[in-house]
Design a protein around this ligand. Structure first.
Ligand code: ORO
Length: 301
C-alpha cells in the first residue's frame, strides 16, 4: 500500500501534517506520537523579528470550533535558525517553515535566510487575520499575493507553498494568482474571521476583538473551497479546516487535496496525526485502494 504523496519536489511519507500554529515546532508533540512518522512538521509562524503576540484573551471556544487571536507570537527567525531548527531537523520527516512578514522585501529576506539545510519547504502565510501589518493584507489582493510569491520563489531553492485566506470573495482568483507567480503548492484554508461578545460585560471576549475561526464548524466551507480551487490550478493543494478524523481527511482528498493538515483537533487529541494517518490506511484496505494518490480529486461531482 502506498501512502506517500508529492508536494512540489517534496516527498511526504504520508499525506497528514499538523497545521501551522497548532503543532508548535513539532518537538512539543514528542510525548504523544512518533514525530518521525508524520507526513511533515509545519512550524508555528516565524517572523523577521521576535513577536510577543497580542495582549489579552487569545482563545475562545465556539460551537464546534474555536477562535484565536495569537498575533504570531514567535521567537523570530534568528532564534528559529540557531536554537530550534537544529533540534527538529534530526527527525526523519519533512520540515515546512511557515513564514510571515510585513513587506514583500521582508518575505524575500525570510525565504533567503531559510534556504538552508534542514528546511524542506516554506509555507508563505499571507492569511493571518490577527495582525495589523502584512498577513491578510497580502492574502486578499491577487496582485500583492503574486508579488510576495514571486519574491519568495526567487530567493529560495526550497518548495514554496502559499497559504490562502478564506476571507475573500473568490478564492480561485487568489489561487490562480499565486500559481502564475510560481507557487509550487497551495495550502488552504487559514481561519475565517469571527467575533464573540460576552453579553454580561457587553465586551468582546477576545483581546483583539476579532479572531480566526477554526475547527469542525469551518470544514464544509474548506472542503468547498478546496474543490473550487482544485478545478482551476495544476499545483498540489494541502487541505485543512476542521479535520478531526480519517474520514474528514479523505473528504478533503476527494475534493482535490494532495495532502491534509490537522489543526485545532491537535488540542483535543495530541496524537491526532497518527490516528488520522492510520485511519486513511484502514480505509484504503477496506476499499482495496493501493495508492492514496487515487483519492485525489476523485469526487464524482
Ligand atoms: N492565527 C490564525 O488563525 N492564523 C494565522 O495565520 C495566524 C494566527 C495568529 O498567530 O494569530
Amino acid at each position: 500500500m502506498n501512502l506517500a504523496v508529492k508536494i512540489g519536489n517534496l516527498e511526504l511519507k504520508n499525506p497528514v501534517m499538523g497545521a501551522s500554529g497548532t503543532f508548535g515546532f513539532g518537538k512539543e508533540y514528542e510525548d504523544f506520537l512518533d514525530v518521525n512518522e508524520i507526513g511533515a512538521i509545519v512550524t508555528k509562524g516565524v517572523t523577521p523579528k521576535p513577536r510577543a503576540g497580542n495582549p489579552g484573551v487569545r482563545i475562545a471556544e465556539t460551537p464546534a470550533g474555536m477562535l484565536n487571536c495569537i498575533g504570531l507570537e514567535n521567537p523570530g527567525v534568528d532564534a528559529f535558525i540557531c536554537d530550534i531548527l537544529p533540534k527538529i531537523k534530526k527527525y526523519n520527516t519533512a520540515v515546512i517553515v511557515n513564514i510571515s512578514a510585513s513587506t514583500v522585501e521582508e518575505y524575500a529576506e525570510m525565504a533567503w535566510r531559510l534556504d538552508i539545510d534542514g528546511v524542506d519547504a516554506v509555507e508563505v502565510n499571507i492569511s493571518c487575520p490577527n495582525v495589523k501589518e502584512g498577513g491578510i493584507v497580502f492574502g486578499t489582493d491577487p496582485k500583492a499575493a503574486a508579488a510576495v510569491t514571486r519574491a519568495v520563489k526567487t530567493h529560495t531553492s526550497k518548495t514554496v507553498i502559499v497559504k490562502l485566506s478564506p476571507n475573500v470573495t473568490d478564492i480561485t482568483v487568489m489561487a490562480k494568482a499565486v500559481e502564475e507567480a510560481g507557487a509550487d503548492a497551495i495550502s488552504m484554508i487559514n481561519t475565517l474571521t469571527g467575533m464573540v461578545i460576552d453579553i454580561n460585560t457587553r465586551k468582546p471576549l477576545l483581546g483583539n476583538i476579532t479572531g480566526g475561526l477554526s475547527g469542525p464548524a469551518v470544514k464544509p466551507v474548506a472542503v468547498r473551497m478546496v474543490w473550487q480551487v482544485a478545478k482551476v490550478v495544476k499545483i498540489p493543494i494541502i487541505g485543512m479546516g476542521g479535520i478531526t478524523c480519517a474520514e474528514d481527511a479523505i473528504e478533503f482528498m476527494l475534493a482535490g487535496a494532495t495532502a491534509v493538515a490537522v489543526g485545532a483537533y491537535n488540542f483535543v487529541d495530541p496524537s491526532a496525526l497518527k490516528v488520522v494517518a492510520d485511519g486513511i490506511a484502514d480505509y484504503m484496505k477496506k476499499h482495496n485502494i493501493e495508492d492514496v494518490n487515487e483519492l485525489i480529486g476523485a469526487v464524482q461531482a
